[in-house]
Design a protein around this ligand. Structure first.
Ligand code: GAL
Length: 456
């Protein structure tokens, strides 16, 4: 049966600067916290780095041509903040501006709409040293000033802006578990970093709305990530646990934007460990997104841990589990990707329905969805994954959820953060040594989905 998507549905592919660009110190670029983090022995699988990555910095024309050949309509990429502002603030690096101008112009010439993320984790290292990165008091102002530089230089052609990619990951993996840059381990810092991330987002949006939006006519929002949490049993306690897990995951960042403050359950459980917004900040934050950006990868069962000895038995995708009293688990029946993330398409549908119900049916763009499998070109598992998840998205739309676009993660096999190059999410293989791009079967399959505006 044909599953057609709404007319004008945005079909895209996504990447991020540090994961593909390389050119880590080329033409005046400053170091980012990821450049530095990768230098610490043992932090990254195989001690891999993004120094060269896919060398997209020198191959952008080839990558745009690749997308054109696939017919994708939109491309989500991120701007490397230290490529544009090597010290994070102050002097602009003209070579960096030139690079993104060339990328944007090539995309537009190829009929591909640029979707630009301002922050996909590569904070200028100078800001980590000088103002304590995302913990610093000044960081929202500094981020808004950087955003201003981007709107000023690129906003005549870029009409879709995403402020921050996955504040949850920045906060939890960067400041809680310490497995991502800047590598801090703490039970409290994630909530402080998260607070500054929300304020930084809102201030950047305020700059766009006051100075640029009327003239440039684009839209701006934030992208959050969330897995689905399915109650392990039908008990009231497990249902409440699953809800709590979602509120600590997505509600943490989406509630301030859509409701003006953190979820009650976070405020109650965390007390003083959760910073509070002032009334002025709440007013600035509420309504600060023109769309709901969502990255979604997997599903876990959630059960109540308040009575169990080792509360929060899964340390990983759960955030700070002990704050939530939630145990997470997976079904032995669920197939897994190479990340050991379960493949559960119906979780995607349920999450979309949860978002529509909680936030009054905002326009949703799935800004990332994808899977890691071994690097083979006949990637039938990836095709099955996308087919399953897109069917779930189609079903959600049928049930009234306003999904307006979908971006596959990722266009290219690339630097998968702490996993280095060992985890391959791309629909395109990168040949070792030559870095030649070779589309996998899933790339041609996706091209056909885009052409038909749906699944066959
Ligand atoms: C997201 C992230 C991407 C990519 C993906 C797969 O959290 O935004 O950069 O790494 O996960 O793990």
């Amino acid at each position: 049966m044909n599953k057609l998507f709404p007319p004008d549905f945005v079909w895209g592919s996504a990447t991020s600067a540090y994961q593909i660009e390389g050119g880590w110190n080329a033409d005046g670029k400053g170091p980012s916290i990821w450049d530095v983090f990768c230098m610490i022995p043992g932090k990254i699988h195989n001690n891999d780095t993004g120094n060269l990555a896919c060398d997209h910095y020198h191959r952008l024309e080839e990558d745009v041509a690749l997308m054109k050949s696939l017919g994708v309509k939109a491309y989500r990429f991120s701007i490397s903040w230290p490529r544009v502002l090597p010290a994070g603030r102050g002097a602009v690096n003209q070579s960096g501006i030139d690079f993104y101008n060339r990328l944007i112009d090539s995309l537009l010439a190829a009929g591909i709409e640029p979707w630009v993320t301002l922050y996909h984790w590569d904070l200028p290292a100078a800001l980590e040293f000088e103002i304590d990165g995302w913990l610093g008091e000044e960081i929202p102002d500094v981020f808004a000033a950087y955003a201003d530089v981007c709107f000023r230089h690129f906003g005549d052609r870029v009409k879709n802006w995403i402020t921050i990619n996955e504040a949850w990951v920045v906060a939890i993996l960067g400041y809680g578990h310490g497995v991502f840059a800047p590598g801090k381990v703490s039970k409290d810092l994630p909530y402080r970093a998260g607070h500054q991330l929300v304020k930084a987002h809102a201030q950047a949006v305020d700059v766009y709305r006051k100075k640029y939006q009327a003239v440039q006519g684009g839209k701006i929002g934030i992208t959050n990530n969330c897995d689905w949490r399915e109650p392990l049993t039908d008990s009231a306690a497990d249902r409440a646990a699953a809800e709590r897990a979602l509120e600590f995951f997505l509600g943490w960042f989406a509630d301030p934007v859509y409701k003006g403050d953190y979820p009650d359950c976070m405020k109650e459980r965390l007390g003083d460990r959760l910073p509070a917004f002032t009334p002025e900040e709440k007013a600035l934050i509420q309504g600060s997104s023109d769309f709901f950006g969502l990255n979604h990868y997997t599903t876990m069962y959630a059960s109540d841990a308040s009575q169990s000895a080792g509360a929060g038995s899964v340390y990983g995708n759960g955030g700070l589990s002990e704050d939530q009293d939630v145990d997470l688990s997976v079904s032995p029946d669920w197939a897994m990707t190479d990340m050991q993330w379960a493949i559960v398409p119906w979780g995607c549908r349920k999450l979309l329905e949860w978002i529509a119900a909680r936030y009054d049916n905002p326009p949703v763009y799935i800004t990332e969805n994808g899977c890691a499998f071994d690097g083979k070109l006949e990637d039938t598992e990836r095709i099955a994954f996308f087919d399953g998840y897109l069917s779930a998205v189609h079903e959600a739309i049928g049930n009234g959820v306003d999904v307006q676009g979908y971006f596959i993660w990722s266009l290219l096999d690339n630097f998968e953060w702490a996993s280095g190059y060992s985890k391959k999410f791309g629909i395109t293989h990168i040949e070792e040594g030559t870095l030649k791009r070779v589309p996998k079967a899933s790339a041609w399959w996706y091209a056909e989905v885009v052409r038909r505006n749906g699944l066959g």
